[in-house]
Design a protein around this ligand. Structure first.
Ligand code: SAM
Length: 488
């Protein structure tokens, strides 16, 4: 399983040195002889104790099966290849097969009715269906530079295994205009500026599809980010489409982060910390890897208020206790959102008693030994949601007519509406655009309506290759599989 010793060895391409979560050594990368995707390096990462795969620039520091796991419970949603299988494929110089194995989620069984479903879960069907999906993924990879993040999100969440919660599609695709994301962008104003060492990136733990990494790359005061998550497909879409200038690592041990002490300017964890079953270990690690122990915990569920987001939520005092006496400030999503809509960043100068936040569902906790982090931030120089290419918010339905389009706000699902009800308070109910304004909008060109549409959250700053233009046919399992098979 070893590559030819004549091949060059290089350091992994991930900004700060990677550290094996088990032996603590810095792995050394041996690239595979073939490199199937432009700009990405595939290879084997060797440390003192093991060999890890690196797939298209993403080190996979996991052992055993690299499943796609449910966000909340960690339950396996899609069984993936094992780390050893990936290492064997790379050692045999089959890097594209390794990537396909990670991205090809099986299609759903053609019927979900218990009696009719059985034949599709046994015998040859699952193997045939997976082979067809692999062909489809290969076809998508062959034209990956013409696709968008939306195409891959739909593949994973609208056209794959019925064990995957289909609410994940609107949750991630229509993320940039959500109340929680406005609050996140506001909180990110509190990241310390380090004139002495601006080259240190920010760690985004449990980064999902890299929405935070995109924002930090695109905003006026850009920051390099290393995003870590356990779900490989999300990271790959982040690396290729959502935040291609940032770095990503696939790892699942939040209490053994694969980085040296003080590797980062700060650590961020957004909308995920309350899922972790090792919260004390995770917070100790987030502090260890950040200069001045600076950590921004964004959107922590408050157990005092139903519905809870899983069984591991705490109240404000409970989260503060995890800090072991380090200095902190607390605020909440509702306060950040109200200040955001008034044009202001986070107010962190004044200490609060945790009990003051008992009635807030979504808490934000900032800790640092650098007192400069605890400041009241003034008016935004530009609204944070303008950072990126101005793109139509996916919650708008588009109806073309003879001389333009009608845009109408529609929540994509009942659950999305419940979770994001506050959007109605600041997002336009609908707009009419003439044909030339709409054409400019689709091309990403500014028009005289751009500022006004950004004010109404009709346009949002997004990555260049995030959404397909509206219209066209929706996701279809059969069409996708047929395209892959025809291409093969
Ligand atoms: C609700 S999503 C939030 C994603 C992202 N932070 C955002 O705000 O868009 C929660 C994320 O936590 C990740 N996650 C949960 N437990 C994890 C663990 N032990 N290690 C790495 N990632 C984890 C999930 O894979 C998922 O991407």
């Amino acid at each position: 399983m070893t590559l030819s010793p004549a091949l060059p060895t290089v350091r992994p391409t991930v900004g700060p040195a990677l550290r094996c979560p088990d032996c603590g050594a810095h792995p050394v990368l041996t690239p595979t002889p073939s490199q199937p995707l432009p700009g990405g390096t595939f290879g084997l990462l060797r440390c003192a104790c093991t060999t890890y795969p690196q797939i298209d620039d993403i080190p996979v520091l996991r052992r055993g099966r690299i499943d796609s796991q449910d966000h909340l419970t960690g339950r396996c949603e899609v069984a993936g290849p094992t780390a050893d299988e990936l290492v064997a494929l790379l050692a045999a110089d089959r890097p594209l097969d390794a990537l396909v194995a990670l991205l090809a989620f099986p299609p759903p069984a053609p019927s979900s009715r218990p009696g009719l479903r059985l034949p599709f879960t046994r015998g040859p069907w699952p193997r045939v269906a997976l082979a067809a999906r692999r062909a489809e993924v290969r076809a998508m990879l062959a034209e990956h530079d013409r696709l968008t993040a939306q195409d891959w999100m739909e593949l994973a969440y609208a056209r794959s295994s019925d064990r995957i919660d289909d609410e994940l599609l609107p949750y991630f695709l229509a993320r940039f205009g959500q109340p929680r994301f406005l609050a996140t962008m506001s909180l990110l104003q509190a990241l310390p500026s380090l004139p002495d060492d601006a080259s240190r990136p920010v760690l985004d733990l449990a980064c999902g599809f890299g929405h935070v990494a995109h924002h930090l790359a695109a905003r006026r005061d850009p920051r390099a980010v290393v995003g870590v998550d356990r779900n490989f497909l999300q990271l790959w879409v982040a690396r290729r489409y959502v935040a291609p200038s940032q770095r990503f690592v696939c790892a699942d041990r939040v209490d053994a982060l694969p980085f040296d002490d003080d590797a980062f300017a700060a650590s961020v964890c957004s909308d995920a910390f309350h899922y972790f079953d090792v919260q004390q270990g995770a917070l100790d690690e987030l502090r260890r890897v950040a200069v001045a122990d600076t950590v921004l915990l964004d959107r922590l569920g408050n157990v005092r208020l139903a519905p809870t987001d899983g069984p591991l939520e705490r109240d404000a005092a409970g989260y503060v206790r995890l800090l072991r006496g380090a200095p902190w400030r607390l605020t909440c999503e509702d306060e950040l959102l109200a200040d955001y809509l008034a044009g202001y960043g986070p107010q962190l100068a004044s200490p609060r008693h945790p009990a003051e936040l008992d009635a807030a569902k979504w808490l934000m906790l900032v800790t640092s030994t650098d007192p400069r982090v605890f400041a009241d931030h003034g008016a935004f120089a530009e609204p944070p949601h303008a950072a990126g290419r101005p793109t139509l918010n996916p919650v708008f339905e588009v109806t073309p007519d003879d001389d333009g389009v009608e845009l109408a706000f529609r929540f994509p699902s009942t659950w999305y509406a419940f979770e994001n009800a506050a959007m109605r308070g600041y997002t336009s109910a609908g707009e009419r655009l003439d044909a030339s304004t709409y054409a400019a909008l689709l091309a990403g060109r500014p028009s005289e309506r751009t500022a006004d549409l950004l004010r109404g959250f009709v346009l949002l700053g997004m990555p260049e290759r995030y959404r397909r233009p509206p219209g066209g046919s929706g996701p279809s399992v059969v069409r996708g599989l047929a395209r892959g098979l025809l291409r093969r």
